[in-house]
Every structure is written in structure tokens, then in C-alpha cells.
Ligand binder design. Structure first.
Ligand code: HPA
Length: 270
């Protein structure tokens, strides 16, 4: 794994001569964020050694290098999900690559189903914690100490410092930002009514099929994370609705201008 990561980093450095400080994973609802980046290089996953290729409709596959103000960033346009069939090492490989390109802060976005009755479709949620219920773990197996320790402290999966800044930026820009706990499940089925109830009972506010593996691997390497989720459907008992992928994409799209503004201003002022 170490050698593969370094090989990919070398390839990307040779091509771009870039050392981005901030990494961004563009989930549903933030796909067009690349329009806010002064792009210098777009490299399709298919051209990057050791990179998998993403398979979900609505997700593109490229690494985008560029600037937002004075900050240099790398964005993943399209991420890899466990439900696509990749193992956890593959799902999280790009996060390792971003770290060794120079990334110290990672911004992760996603779409999720809300179970907190105070949420509504279109809400933007700042993740303050998560619950990992994926059936496999990206750090299972021999630990390579060059990446990080065997036993990773997870008391601050989402950086308090970054969250504080995001809240300030939201206030200053009149963007409504709620916060909450994200529960990660493997999918690809959306939750049954009983499962949404379980998510709520377990203490989470929203549920989705991504983010948790990437954040775990980022924390393994001591990368600070910010997580933002768009509520695309509701799964609380009084407010339950049938959900499908098209509705998720549509709801995410509606929230996109506000999410883009939040992340752009955050990066400019971080
Ligand atoms: N469940 C799981 N993943 C999701 C959901 C959901 O309700 N909405 C968007 N992604």
C-alpha cells in the first residue's frame, strides 16, 4: 500500500508539480464546486496509476487541481463507495494519495437521509461526529506505522477548529447550518422504516453510505476533517417519505449553491 501510494503521488507530482494544502471530496450536491476552483489540472481517474474508476451514475471521476484565492486545493470529482464492490483499502486510497501530495485538511461532502425531526429536505448539516456501522474497516489488517498508529484516537473525527470556523462563515454569509451526527451504513439499499428508527435510537441525526471510511483513514494520518451533509430525504417516523436516487440528486442540487458558497468562503478564510 505504501509503495502504491508513493508511486501515485510521484505520478501526480510529475504531472502537476502541485502540493495542495486542502483536499475536497465532492459528494452529491457539491459536484459543480469545481466551478469555484481556478483549475490548473484535471486528471481522469482512468489515467492515474493505482486509482479505481467510479461506477455510480451522477458521479464523475477525476482529480482536479487548482486554486481558491491563495489556497491550493485538490478535489475528488466523484468518490468510491464500498457498495460499488471496492474493498475499504481501495475506497480510501485517494485520501492517502491526497495526504502525501501535501493535504493537511480534508473537506468531505455527502448526501444523507435525515432522522432528526428538526431537519428538513435541503438542510445543510455540519458533521460533529459519526457512528461507523460499515461491515469492514479500512484499517483492518497489518498496520503500516509510516501512515499512522495501530490504534487511532477518534475523539475528534471532525475538527473542532474547522467546525468553529465553518459556523462563523455560515453566520457571516446568512447560510443556515445545523449540526449533527452521521451514521455510515454500507447501502446500496436505502433504509427500511425500522432501520431509520434504529439510526435515530442509536443517537445519529442522519444516515448515508460514504464519508466514514475516508474520515477514518484521514484521521489515521492525522489529517483534520470537515464534513458537510445535505439532507436529501427524511426518514423520521412522522415525516417519512419514499426515496429514490433521482430525488436525492435533485434535493442535493437545490442545496448546492449554498453549500458551494459555504465551502468556498471557508477555504478563502481558513
Ligand atoms: N440513506 C442512505 N443514504 C442516503 C440517503 C438515505 O436516506 N439519502 C442520501 N443518501
Amino acid at each position: 500500500m505504501w509503495n502504491k501510494v508513493q508511486e501515485t503521488v510521484r505520478f501526480l507530482k510529475d504531472k502537476t508539480n502541485y502540493s495542495p494544502e486542502i483536499g475536497i471530496i465532492l459528494g452529491s450536491g457539491l459536484g459543480t464546486f469545481t466551478e469555484d476552483i481556478a483549475i490548473e489540472f484535471t486528471i481522469p481517474y482512468s489515467e492515474i496509476p493505482n486509482f479505481p474508476v467510479s461506477t455510480v451514475q451522477g458521479h464523475k471521476g477525476a482529480l482536479v487541481f487548482g486554486r481558491i484565492g491563495s489556497k491550493s486545493v485538490v478535489a475528488m470529482q466523484g468518490r468510491f463507495h464500498f457498495y460499488e464492490g471496492y474493498d475499504m483499502q481501495t475506497v480510501t486510497f485517494p485520501v492517502r494519495v491526497m495526504k502525501y501530495m501535501g493535504v493537511q485538511n480534508l473537506i468531505v461532502s455527502n448526501a444523507s437521509g435525515g432522522v432528526n425531526p428538526n431537519y428538513k429536505v435541503g438542510d445543510i448539516i455540519l458533521l460533529k461526529d459519526h457512528i461507523n456501522l460499515f461491515p469492514d474497516h479500512p484499517l483492518r489488517g497489518l498496520n503500516d506505522e509510516r501512515f499512522g498508529p495501530r490504534f487511532v484516537n477518534m475523539s475528534e473525527p471532525y475538527s473542532r477548529r474547522m467546525n468553529q470556523k465553518a459556523k462563523t462563515i455560515a453566520l457571516e454569509n446568512n447560510i443556515e447550518l445545523k449540526d449533527g451526527i452521521y451514521l455510515g451504513l454500507q447501502g446500496p439499499t436505502f433504509e427500511t422504516l425500522a432501520e431509520y428508527k434504529m439510526v435515530k435510537i442509536l443517537g445519529a441525526d442522519c444516515v448515508g453510505m460514504s464519508t466514514v471510511p475516508e474520515v477514518i483513514v484521514a484521521r489515521h494520518m492525522n489529517v483534520e476533517c470537515l464534513g458537510v451533509s445535505v439532507i436529501t430525504d427524511m426518514g423520521d417516523e412522522e415525516n417519512i417519505e419514499e426515496v429514490n436516487h433521482e430525488e436525492v440528486l435533485e434535493a442535493a442540487k437545490k442545496a448546492e449553491p449554498a453549500v458551494r458558497k459555504l465551502i468556498k468562503e471557508f477555504i478563502l478564510h481558513f
